[in-house]
Design a protein around this ligand. Sequence first.
Ligand code: FE2
Length: 264
Amino acid sequence: MNVLFIGDIVGSVGRAAVKKVLPSLQSKYNPHIVIANGENAAAGRGITSAIVKELLDAGVHGITMGNHTWDNKDIFEWIDDQPKLVRPANFPPGSPGQGAALIKANGKELAIVNLQGRTFLPPIDCPFRKADELLEQLRNETNHILVDFHAEATSEKIAMGWHLDGRASLVVGTHTHVQTNDDTILSGGTAYVTDVGMVGSKEGVLGMERGAVMHKFMTQLPARFVVDEGAWHFHAVLAEIDDSTGRAKRLQKIRLTEEDWLML
Ligand code: FE2
């Protein structure tokens, strides 16, 4: 099974890039299942039901979230009815939505799990213990499991990779929007990368207009960040997973600019 995971999609620039790039990647790599992090898809913060539909119509089969899950308040009206979207599973008990889902597409099945780190992020339940609990349940259904660990600290993400090695097919980091060069297959057969990167403007700061971010750093004054409208870049990873064992056979980074995409 080939799984394509797309890094944090930032605003309309990122969504437009996904719609342009995905058909080319589908014909080049034939991914059976496409998952994307959508927590920044609505103007850089959160997601709406219309954007969920837009991404699913574009060919994404499942969506993961993170610390911006609740930023668009309309999510409370529909999240419990959206089976293809997962928010961090270690949010406190009673939070709306689900932390894991079984995604089926093109004759294949993949369980997706979303977890959020606790280092430099709000204090929530332990992602490691929550991962243990969920994987024990999910492995009764499938041995094809993707975990999106939405976290800030590289050490916390690497620790999670080792924690789940041999139990998840693929552990991908999101949230920092910077693709890391440490993609690997761990010794137990789990494909791992500390951060997949992002899809959105490459001329801003993590997809947001750079002037306001620079001003905030220099003055320490509050600032309103808006999505940058500059030329985009597209970051993703493609994993090949053994159909019988669920172990990863190959992990490949994908890193494209608009110019690269035109040459595909
Ligand atoms: Fe985030």
